[in-house]
Write a protein that binds this ligand. Structure first.
Ligand SMILES: *Cc1c(COP(=O)(O)O)cnc(C)c1O
Length: 473
């Protein structure tokens, strides 16, 4: 007999006993959830919008002594109550907001098995769920047969898109790097900041990124793209990627994908569509025209955690030609990849090693809504934006800056700086709303992404804005 430690040899607990602590905490957590959603629409205590006062009020310090689970749970409840909820009508600050309840619950359940999405051996059924999403979502964009990877956000989906474009154009790049100044990239001046950031990360250089001017509605000027491509080619450079944005972050504008695709491909460049925000419009007959031509893309980023009401994070990169992801990302790892073919082991196509399950919540929402439910949900978001624009346009205290290209409504409170209004609303805990620049004017950006909102909520939001503006005038 090997030597034994009496404490470890005690009679084993039954399976139910082993899980009892978790089940007990979960039951109490359900009560916390009930109280949280009952209160999430209230204004936030202004003291909690001040980091110093908040730190002083909360006891966050970690130290040597532990506490019992019930006590920690009570602390978690306090912390939640001091956190803005993006499902409140008072939260229109971001490109996400509101929740599909089944997706929230599926996210909570996904952590029970707590598996990593690199292999079928580790994650089993969850891998099949993810593959089905990739298949169906690709088909929805007209990219049947595309391969896909779930990534921690659209910025990283855009990163992997640039990576595979680089390695497709220059297969030696993965091993030897790239020649400085050889490749150029194109994106509209209102495209997402991840493009230059990613060019820096990949060694392509931020200087390689050409910012293409936009038209009066915030869309990339196709003629200006043509000039930039010609100029670089004449100078001996190789256009690597044209990044077209489907849904710009501030204005919600859509670059004209079809003519951009034609130019990009004629120049030998990879067409990436940054649809982190707006690819979801492909699910709606009312929005489909805005993404016309998306099926011509070599790759598309798509964030279900924005318009689809799925909890952060859920972000998909689709690549039209299968095999390209593994060509850039696969490594040998005998200790990991031990069973099944490559298709069932997404780790071969992944930026990450350990990877959380971002698929289950989206699959659950899709089962709940079906394609028809997404159609209705997106239609409601577009209608809300139109209604908000009409209310603003009819209000003498407000000025609408442009008809909303999709679900972002940009406006000003007359006679007051937009950033000052947004800061005041945050300071007072009344409303989380952001500002951005639209054709040289600083605008308040109301994102109509939460389909739970109705006309009365829009009135309440605009009343908060007007009250803050009056206080500042
Ligand atoms: C939000 C957004 C991103 C970044 O996505 P994250 O998921 O926040 O990383 C990229 N591009 C566009 C156009 C976006 O709106």
């Amino acid at each position: 007999m090997p030597p034994s430690d009496a404490r470890l040899e005690n009679p084993p607990r039954s399976d139910a006993e082993r899980g009892a602590d978790l089940v007990d905490l979960l039951e109490r957590a359900a009560r916390i959830a009930r109280d949280f959603v009952a209160r999430e629409h209230r204004p936030v205590d202004p003291a909690d919008r001040d980091p110093d006062r908040l730190r002083a009020r909360l006891d966050l310090e970690l130290g040597a002594a532990g506490r019992d689970g019930a006590r920690v749970l009570a602390e978690l409840e306090t912390l939640l109550a001091a956190t803005p909820s993006s499902s409140s009508w008072r939260f229109v600050n971001q490109l996400f907001g509101g929740r599909e309840p089944i997706a929230t619950v599926a996210e909570m359940l996904a952590v029970l098995p707590n598996v990593s999405m690199y292999t079928f051996k580790a994650a089993g059924a969850q891998i099949l769920v993810e593959l089905e999403l990739v298949r169906h979502m690709a088909a929805k964009l007209g990219l049947d047969g595309a391969e896909g990877a779930f990534l921690p956000g659209g910025s990283l989906a855009n990163l992997v898109a640039l990576l595979v474009a680089r390695d497709t154009a220059e297969p030696q790049a993965r091993d030897h790097g790239v020649t400085p100044g050889r490749f150029t990239l194109y994106t509209s001046e209102e495209g997402h900041y991840s493009l230059p950031k990613n060019a820096g990360i990949l060694g392509l250089g931020r200087d390689a990124v050409r910012g293409i001017p936009v038209d009066g509605a915030g869309r990339m000027r196709v003629a200006a793209l043509a000039v930039a491509l010609d100029r670089d080619r004449a100078a001996g450079r190789t256009p690597l990627v044209v990044n077209a944005t489907a849904g710009t972050t501030v204005r919600g504008a859509f670059d004209p994908l079809r003519p951009i695709a034609e130019l990009a491909h004629a120049a030998g460049a990879w067409l990436h569509v940054d649809g982190a925000f707006g690819a979801t419009l492909a699910l709606s007959s009312a929005g489909r025209a805005l993404v016309d031509g998306i099926e011509l893309a070599d790759s598309v980023s798509w964030d279900p955690h924005k318009m689809m009401g799925v909890p952060l994070q859920s972000s998909l990169l689709l690549v039209a030609r299968p095999g390209v992801l593994a060509a850039s990302l696969d490594e040998r790892a005998d200790y990991l990849f031990q069973l099944h073919g490559d298709e069932l082991n997404p780790g071969h196509r992944s930026l990450q090693c350990g990877r959380r399950n971002d698929a289950l919540k989206l699959w659950a929402a899709w089962r709940r809504l079906g394609d028809d439910g997404w159609e209705a949900r997106v239609g409601r978001q577009l209608e809300l934006a139109r209604l908000a624009a009409a209310k603003i346009d009819a209000d003498p205290e407000l000025e609408l800056l442009e008809p909303p290209p999709s679900i972002n409504v940009c406006f000003v409170a007359r006679g007051v700086a937009s950033d000052a209004v947004c800061d005041r609303l945050d300071h007072d805990g009344r409303l989380e709303i952001g500002w951005g620049d639209v054709a040289g004017r600083r605008a308040i950006r109301l994102v109509c992404v939460n389909p739970e909102l109705d006309g009365r909520d829009l009135d309440a939001i605009l009343d908060e804005v007007k009250r803050a503006a009056r206080g500042l005038r």
